[in-house]
Ligand binder design. Sequence first.
Ligand SMILES: NC(=O)c1ccc[n+]([C@@H]2O[C@H](COP(=O)([O-])OP(=O)(O)OC[C@H]3O[C@@H](n4cnc5c(N)ncnc54)[C@H](O)[C@@H]3O)[C@@H](O)[C@H]2O)c1
Length: 350
Amino acid sequence: MRFGANIMKYRVGVIGLGNIAAMYAKPGDPRPYCHVGGICLSEQLKLEAVCDLSAEARQKFLGTWGETFPGLACYGSIGELFENHELDIVAVCVRGPHHFSVTSEVIQHSPKAIFLEKPPSCSLKEMDGMMDAAIARNIPIMVDYSRHWSHKVLRMQELVADGLIGEVKTVVAWCGGTFLSFASHTTDLICQFAGYCPTSVTAHGTFPESPNVPEGFEPEPSLDNMVIQFENGVTGLQVGSQGPFGSFYCEVFGTNGFIRTGIYTDVHAANAKGEALKLEKLQIPAEESVFKVAYEQMANFLDGGPLPHCTNQDFMSVNEVGFAGIESVLTGNTVSLPNSNRTRKIFANG
Ligand SMILES: NC(=O)c1ccc[n+]([C@@H]2O[C@H](COP(=O)([O-])OP(=O)(O)OC[C@H]3O[C@@H](n4cnc5c(N)ncnc54)[C@H](O)[C@@H]3O)[C@@H](O)[C@H]2O)c1
């Protein structure tokens, strides 16, 4: 229970103390782009304990963040973390090939929720296995397509859902890089406006010239372009490069207008005649740390609110699209969802 000023904060544990957990920002950054930076800005959360297998990573982490979290427990294994703490939210911030084993271990300890870094899995079989185990224990898994939680993108999502540009017909988005490890941020952005109901995918991509891939894995191609069809009739187009307005942004075309939005791109909105809408009228809030916003959606859910974004079925849809894109590159065919090949194992090491 939570009581007014003496708020009982949700206890968060972070596994893996590298870039995205802690090192992409420093204490005092106004909008930290990392897990612990978002956690420390939220009144609803308390960073209870962290762990990393590497003594060097632990030392570096404590050197940077130790003063911000005095007395923080820091361990060298997941076992010790759970032996000593009961955690409400656990963030899995290890690299993709470790997501399945680490998340499966975390599920065994029944936290209330898991915040898993993208890409969620290296195969769809891994995703299915994790989700079966999590659902059996009623643990939601939210995947960190972090740019999703930009305040302006969330506000535009809300306005578009409320009919600002009529019925959505087409979403075009820009971002290159590997299908699962990188371009998936923007695949999620397309779904954010098109709906999380993809039905088929056609894609082109490029494989690395000399892939360095461990045994049992296949290399991860980069996205050149991808067409996604949605159950509601919307078409999504992902362009595998920067666009005229940068990267990680989309343009959404509706029956009654058009918008452009993305975390690093100014919002633009126009009516069906192409006349710009006044931005003041759209009431776009100032940006905050996307990690703070995401964690607070999770905290609000634990308070009895709605399921956070990018959770369960939603991230599974994005992941299905990524794997279908790779399948389409390899076969030259349009791939219907859900993918029939669930065992292809990609070295998604982002
Ligand atoms: N959302 C984003 O914008 C974004 C940006 C960068 C990275 N990422 C994702 O975050 C994840 C981590 O990437 P990174 O660049 O921070 O990696 P990193 O290599 O910097 O850090 C990973 C850490 O995990 C530790 N680790 C590995 N196995 C462990 C285990 N079993 N138990 C405890 N610790 C373990 C390693 O020692 C290492 O310190 C990847 O999935 C990546 O795709 C997301």
